[in-house]
Design a protein around this ligand. Structure first.
Ligand SMILES: [Zn+2]
Ligand SMILES: [Zn+2]
Length: 289
């Protein structure tokens, strides 16, 4: 038995030779070297990407019918995916939730009380699915109600659900055209954007904070309240011109954008969310949220 086990393990090791580092991790390391103040946040992000990568390759396709006509019909009625469409491997998700919460706590990005909450919801296999469902529905389309057991764990759930959600979004987006969507929330999962990219053609694509789907949206309008009055949108660029911030003086919310017009790489949400932390601080200092 022992011998067979050893042989099996050596095969596994051989099949899992370290893959070349992703562009995201390379860029995070570069960012860390250039801006030492962001080192802690970059290290946490690297750790999260590595955790997600461990489960990524075995995430299943969503159960939704993946045919273009059907998906286009669903899109006409609202965001395409429902919670029931997601195929979640619960032991992978429990692992990711625990490891994400621990990593965030280590980097002081999570309160001790919230770490205990994460431990509680992952301890009981029966109780976890309704909490994940409540998170999925409660953080979509401006809904703002979460059961107390998961309130405070939004970013833990978001990171842990990322492999499942991005897999589902990629499968859906390969088969449906979202150009006519026009709403400020995600056409795939109903999540809110927290980053955008300005394309070389000067279009603005919003990026879902949950599934990373991208969709085009008016270049100035606030995606959260649809305020389109330019005089009530404060927009400014970061010192290096790489990023832009749009803050809405009606709903007080803001959105960051990566300006790809003169950039040497594409937008990379895990990297750009860390690189724009100083912009978040600037926006919050001015009273935006
Ligand atoms: Zn989404
Ligand atoms: Zn607004």
């Amino acid at each position: 038995m022992r011998r067979a086990g050893a042989e099996y393990n050596s095969l596994v090791t051989e099949a899992q030779q370290p893959r070349p580092e992703s562009m995201e991790i390379t860029e995070l390391r570069r960012l860390k070297a250039l801006q030492p103040d962001l080192a802690a946040a970059a290290d946490l992000q690297i750790e999260l990407l590595q955790l997600q990568r461990r489960v990524q390759s075995r995430v299943s396709l969503p159960t939704i019918r993946l045919d273009s006509t059907y998906l286009t019909e669903r899109l006409a009625a609202g965001p395409i995916l429902r919670y029931e469409h997601l195929r979640i491997d619960w032991s992978d998700l429990r692992f990711l939730l625990r490891a994400t919460a621990t990593a965030m706590r280590t980097h002081e990005a999570l309160d001790p009380a919230d770490l205990r909450k994460a431990d509680l919801i992952t301890r009981d296999a029966e109780r976890l699915p309704p909490f994940v469902c409540a998170w999925f529905n409660g953080t979509a389309q401006g809904a703002d109600s979460l059961p107390p057991e998961v309130a405070g764990l939004e970013s833990v759930l978001l990171q842990a659900m990322r492999p499942v959600l991005t897999r589902a979004a990629d499968a859906v987006l390969a088969r449906v055209e979202t150009r006519t969507w026009g709403r400020g929330t995600c056409p795939v999962c109903g999540g809110e954007p927290d980053l955008a990219v300005i394309t070389p053609a000067a279009d603005r694509l919003l990026i879902c904070s949950r599934c990373l789907a991208r969709w085009s949206f008016e270049p100035i309008t606030c995606p959260f309240c649809r305020n389109a009055d330019r005089s009530r949108i404060t927009s400014f660029a970061s010192r290096d011109g790489r990023y832009r911030l749009y803050a809405c003086d009606v709903c007080q919310r803001y959105l960051k954008a990566y300006d790809a017009r003169s950039a040497s790489r594409p937008v990379l949400p895990p990297v750009d969310s860390v690189a724009t932390l100083p912009l978040d601080a600037a926006a919050m200092q001015r009273g935006y949220k």
